[in-house]
Ligand binder design. Structure first.
Ligand code: B12
Length: 211
């Protein structure tokens, strides 16, 4: 039985070896609790964020936390991506310009792929032109924008504007996601949908892909 509180603490305390050990045990048990472990690691990341804000952790600790979470996700990913054989549609995902956070994006990506969507990942700090060029070249009309910093909201708005300026805003559906996103700022950004959960993103994108 998974002890989620231990996972929260190991992530918050940046106890990499303990964390990996617990995740390997979970996978040896069949991986059924991978989703719960991922949620516990996210809570652990909140502790890291709080310690950074209070001055107990420094940027180096944030970097290390990012590496630990990325490695930890690699361990449990096979259990999250069980049904990834079929392709229901294709979309672009990226972290918007000026934002380097990609752990949340990568989680959403894994869940979209597990749900049968083909995902073109443009990475972090993504220039508007690159998103537009990729959408045109690969004929993709679903765009998922991730952002974790408050200033990512400005980049999301600028990305939507760039689609308008390129004359193809009406050809694409745009979903924005990440902690700072809300219904109110989704409207201000000019996106079609917003989400916090990967599951909602999957449902919305599947609906768009099948429309
Ligand atoms: C790790 C980390 C970093 C790492 C990121 C490594 C990486 N590969 O991503 C590094 C070191 C690069 C970093 C840098 C900085 N960071 Co930082 N970082 C964090 C930290 C501790 C964890 C983020 C994380 O990975 N969480 C776990 C994942 C799973 O959560 P997530 O990314 O938020 O994603 C979730 C949701 O947002 C959502 N989501 C994300 N994308 C999408 C997309 C869709 C479609 C959907 C549906 C959902 C979704 O799903 C995820 C699961 O719930 C947070 C604190 C926190 N509590 O989050 C601070 C935090 C985000 N960082 C912060 C800051 C200030 C910075 C720096 C400015 C620090 C500095 N002085 O240099 C720089 C900015 C660099 C930049 N230009 O982006 C602030 C942001 C404040 C703000 N409101 O803008 C935070 C909140 C810390 C704090 N409390 O002060 N950081």
């Amino acid at each position: 039985m998974l002890d989620t509180e231990k996972i929260v603490q190991a992530m918050g305390d940046l106890e990499e070896d303990d964390l990996k050990e617990m995740l390997k045990e979970l996978m040896a048990d069949g991986g059924n609790e991978a989703m719960a472990a991922m949620e516990a690691m996210q809570k652990g990341m909140d502790i890291v964020g709080e310690r950074f804000e209070s001055g107990e952790y420094f940027v180096g600790d944030l970097i290390f936390a990012g590496e630990v979470m990325t490695d930890a996700m690699e361990i449990i990913k096979p259990a999250l991506a069980k049904n990834s054989d079929s392709s229901l549609g294709k979309l672009i995902i990226c972290t918007v310009k000026d934002d380097l956070h990609d752990i949340g994006k990568n989680i959403v990506k894994s869940i979209l792929e597990a749900g049968g969507l083909e995902v073109v990942d443009l990475g972090i700090d993504t220039p508007y032109d690159k998103i537009i060029a990729t959408a045109k070249e690969q004929n993709i009309n679903i765009i998922v924008l991730s952002g974790v910093l408050t200033l990512a909201l400005d980049s999301m708005k600028a990305t939507v504007e760039a689609f308008k300026n390129a004359g193809i805003r009406n050809n694409v559906k745009i979903l924005v996601g990440g902690n700072p996103v809300s219904e109110v700022n989704c409207a201000d950004i000019g996106a079609d949908e917003w989400a916090h959960s990967p599951q909602k993103t999957l449902n919305v994108c599947k609906g768009w892909a099948q429309a």
